[in-house]
Design a protein around this ligand. Structure first.
Ligand SMILES: [Zn+2]
Length: 177
């Protein structure tokens, strides 16, 4: 018998169509669902392990993101409800990205180097964060997920196809055991 509360929530993998859907804004009626989902998303992210996870990756259509860069081996979870990008720098930065929905696949992605994001926290308070470095990349990557965009959409079609073929092959051989 499984315990629905403590089971790790499964992370969807490409090419699951739910990863390509646009998520909808969290409204007051979603408060209970968000309070239950956010800790389960953090749990799945830590176990994976990863540094960010967006609700569409666990099959939820809500604009909800969890992030923890886990820099000092001390948990510092961020829960972002309805995150919105307010500003992006003109300066760009290139960083290797991966994604829990494309396990084992990495590519260099160029994005704005700095970002300003507004969101609500779990208590409903409005927050703003200005980030550079890894957090700036992570915020953009996760907010992309809410619009059905994956990091491979930011690389050349040639590299994207190579990476997606490699992923499909690896998942197939894994399924075969
Ligand atoms: Zn991702």
């Amino acid at each position: 018998m499984s315990d629905a509360v403590t089971d790790t929530i499964p992370i969807l993998l490409v090419p699951d169509a739910r990863l390509r859907a646009k998520a909808r804004a969290v409204g007051p009626a979603d408060a209970d669902q968000v309070r239950l989902l956010a800790p389960r998303m953090l749990d799945a992210m830590y176990k994976a392990p990863g540094i960010g996870l967006a609700a569409p990756q666990v099959g939820s259509g809500l604009r909800l993101v969890v992030i923890d860069l886990q820099r000092d081996e001390k948990p510092a979870p961020m829960v972002l409800v309805n995150p919105e990008i307010l500003a992006l720098s003109e300066e760009l930065a290139t960083r290797e990205e991966g994604c829990l929905s494309l396990p084992g696949q990495y590519a260099e992605v160029t994005r704005p180097a700095r970002v300003k994001v507004r969101y609500h926290d779990l208590t409903g308070s409005r927050q703003e964060v200005e980030a550079d470095g890894l957090l700036a990349t992570c915020l953009q990557h996760e907010i992309d997920h809410l619009d059905g965009v994956l990091f491979v959409d930011h690389i050349s079609p040639l590299k994207r196809n190579m990476l997606l073929r490699k992923l499909a092959k690896e998942l197939k051989s894994k399924a075969r055991g």
